[in-house]
Ligand binder design. Structure first.
Ligand code: HEM
Length: 458
């Protein structure tokens, strides 16, 4: 008999009661927001469709209803613009890159960058991704029997993939210095500053952000240096090499600042999200041996060796369903946040101007009346007729509307290639004293390193 695995959730913050908030409740809320914003949601939030609330004089609306989400993010996307708190966290680093640009600047950038992400261009990255993954699989085989922090290992692997596909091992890039900078940034960023949580204006200096500013400035210098060198170098056609993201952005006619903003944006948007999703997937697989056995059998039977890795998702439907289910349970981009420009009505509810509209994919993906066994790991829900019956806009790991993730195809392809290359050769078994719980930073991270024993498959 199959045992369906239900991974543990974080605890909920305990307030003084239902009704009017007391001063101590503000403190409880504030501390939970700093520690792990997922703790502010109670069990009832998984059942409600709309929840308006006010905090420190600001109106917010939690939207868990697919039609209402469609209204705000698609139909009236012009009225629901980027949320100031999200911008305060991301904009200092990404400036006018695609993720953080707004208005006219964003439309122009999206138009310029879209040709870089056509299916043909994305598929062309598959052999490079495969090479990085085969090297990683060999390195994992070599540490047979050892226990490693898998979350960190996936951060390293996806950073290698991105550095390869962004710069193709360009000698102008000091990879060790660049990698160290990204790691430093991962350690110090992602937690909203208390002043931003309290909605204080951006001109008030945020104490303690000097270090991240220095790291960011150094990363920007490195990336723009590589871009400047590349402008002078022979083009991919002239030198007969496959183009990387840097070539494609230079070819899209962006100026130097926009190239730097967008390369850093691809790194920020595409690195940790993919790494965390892979770590969660490996953890789930190790806790659900039936699912893992079926995935290994699918990969072993698929005779992938001489095939184009861009086609592996079609050859490996179970593997793809496992990734989708992992993104449902642990959406690595756990919050879509917008702010209304003017008064509107959302699902019958009046929404004043300057209201923060919050879609927590953590809540939406576990909505009690949308998903059967919402907290269980059941990849089969994404196969065949069951997959087709999932309501529109109930599953949004890559967002929706005009600002939907431009790298979704790249990310799905990459994750299938990573799992196929690694799990053909090694198995990862959870080996920690306590199962990881999700913590919401900018991404949904495990609260521990996810120790897993690596063993060579026979
Ligand atoms: C598992 C991996 C990934 C997840 C879960 C993910 C998720 C998302 C989500 C939810 C958004 C929309 C954010 C919003 O509406 O506020 C987004 C936007 C974006 N993503 Fe991804 N992403 C992933 C991988 C990637 C990759 C690999 C790249 C690039 C190489 C990328 C580049 C972007 C960019 C540039 C945007 C901004 C698009 C715009 O605003 O026009 N993402 N991503």
């Amino acid at each position: 008999m199959n045992q369906v695995f239900q991974p543990p959730k974080p605890p909920y913050a305990v307030y003084s009661g239902v009704g009017k908030l007391r001063p101590s409740d503000y403190w409880t809320y504030f501390r939970a927001m700093r520690r792990n914003p997922l703790e502010v949601w109670g069990e009832h939030h998984f059942s409600i469709r709309l929840a308006p609330f006010r905090f420190l004089g600001r109106s917010s609306l939690i939207v868990n209803d697919p039609d209402a989400i469609h209204h705000c993010f698609v139909t009236r996307s012009d009225n629901f613009t980027m949320n100031p708190l999200r911008q305060a966290v991301l904009k200092p680093f990404l400036r006018d890159g695609l993720l953080t640009a707004e208005g006219e600047t964003w439309s122009k950038a999206r138009k310029a960058v879209s040709p870089v992400f056509t299916p043909r261009k994305v598929n062309a990255f598959a052999p490079q991704i495969r090479q990085v993954c085969e090297d990683a699989a060999a390195a994992f085989e070599a540490i047979d029997g050892r226990t490693i922090p898998v979350s960190d290992a996936m951060v390293d692997l996806t950073l290698d993939v991105l550095i390869e596909t962004l710069f193709s091992g360009d000698e102008a890039l000091d990879k060790a210095r660049f990698t160290a900078g990204i790691h430093q940034l991962l350690e110090i960023s992602g937690i909203p500053h208390p002043f931003d949580l309290a909605h204080l204006p951006g001109w008030i200096p945020r104490i303690g952000q000097g270090k991240s500013r220095r790291v960011i400035a150094d990363l920007r210098r490195q990336v723009s240096g590589v871009a400047a060198q590349r402008r002078k170098a022979p083009s991919p056609e002239e030198s007969g090499r496959a183009p990387d993201f840097l070539d494609l952005l230079l070819g899209a006619g962006l100026d130097d600042t926009a190239v730097t903003d967008n390369l850093l944006t691809f790194l920020a948007a595409g690195h940790e999200t993919t790494a965390r999703s892979l770590a969660w997937t490996l953890y789930l697989l190790s806790r659900a041996p039936d699912v893992r056995d079926r995935l290994e059998a699918e990969i072993d039977a698929a005779a992938l060796d001489d095939t184009d890795p861009a086609t592996w998702s079609q050859a490996l439907p179970w593997t793809e369903a496992v990734i989708k289910e992992s993104l449902r349970l642990y959406p690595s981009a756990p919050m879509l946040a917008r702010t209304s420009r003017e008064w509107d009505i959302v699902a019958g509810l009046p929404v004043p101007a300057r209201t923060d509209v919050l879609v927590s994919t953590w809540l939406l993906h576990r909505q009690r009346d949308i998903w059967a066994e919402p907290d269980s790991f059941r990849p089969e829900r994404f196969l065949g007729e069951a997959g087709k019956a999932i309501p529109r806009d109930a599953y949004l790991p890559f967002g929706l509307g005009p600002r939907v993730c431009i790298g979704a195809r790249f990310a799905m392809m990459e994750m299938v290639i990573v799992l196929a290359c690694l799990l053909r050769r090694v198995r990862f078994e959870f080996d920690g004293p306590r199962d990881p719980r999700p913590v919401m930073r900018i991404t949904l991270q495990p609260d521990n390193e996810v120790p897993m024993r690596v063993s060579r498959r026979g």
